[in-house]
Design a protein around this ligand. Structure first.
Ligand code: HEC
Length: 104
């Protein structure tokens, strides 16, 4: 009894500190990137009209600035802002996954 209370408390606390990304949201964002970002960056993200987004190409760039580009776009280029469609946490998740190798 005590044990399960403790576990529940730990689960609640760790959620408050670092919101777990739901499996559902991960799937939605993966589909969005493959379809919508892929139309410019290539279905395999190796580049097209947009720059390649593979871990190798993004190695020198930090996730924070990549997330900012995803949210606000690059003015004067076809890279559109995604703010409003996705949250800051979403953009951060995409940036980190791109750097790690984006899930299929
Ligand atoms: C209409 C075409 C288009 C779409 C759609 C698009 N991009 Fe881009 N993106 C570009 C272009 C063009 C650039 C290069 C901008 C420049 O010249 O700096 C770019 C740049 C980027 C960069 C910076 C790459 C670097 O090396 O600095 C990231 C990250 C990025 N896009 C992510 C995304 C993500 C994630 C999505 C989908 C949510 C997306 N883009 C959708 C055209 C697009």
């Amino acid at each position: 009894m005590m044990r399960s209370l403790e576990l529940a408390l730990i689960a609640t606390l760790s959620c408050a500190i670092m919101p777990a990304f739901s499996a559902e949201r991960s799937r939605e964002l993966t589909a969005l990137v493959r379809e919508d970002c892929g139309s410019c960056h290539g279905m395999t993200l190796k580049g097209g009209l947009g720059a390649p987004l593979t871990p190798n190409d993004l190695a020198e760039k930090d996730a924070t600035s990549l997330a900012a580009i995803i949210l606000d776009g690059v003015p004067g280029t076809p890279m559109p802002p995604w703010r409003g469609l996705i949250s800051e946490a979403d953009a951060r998740w995409i940036a980190e996954k791109l750097k790690q190798g984006f899930p299929q």
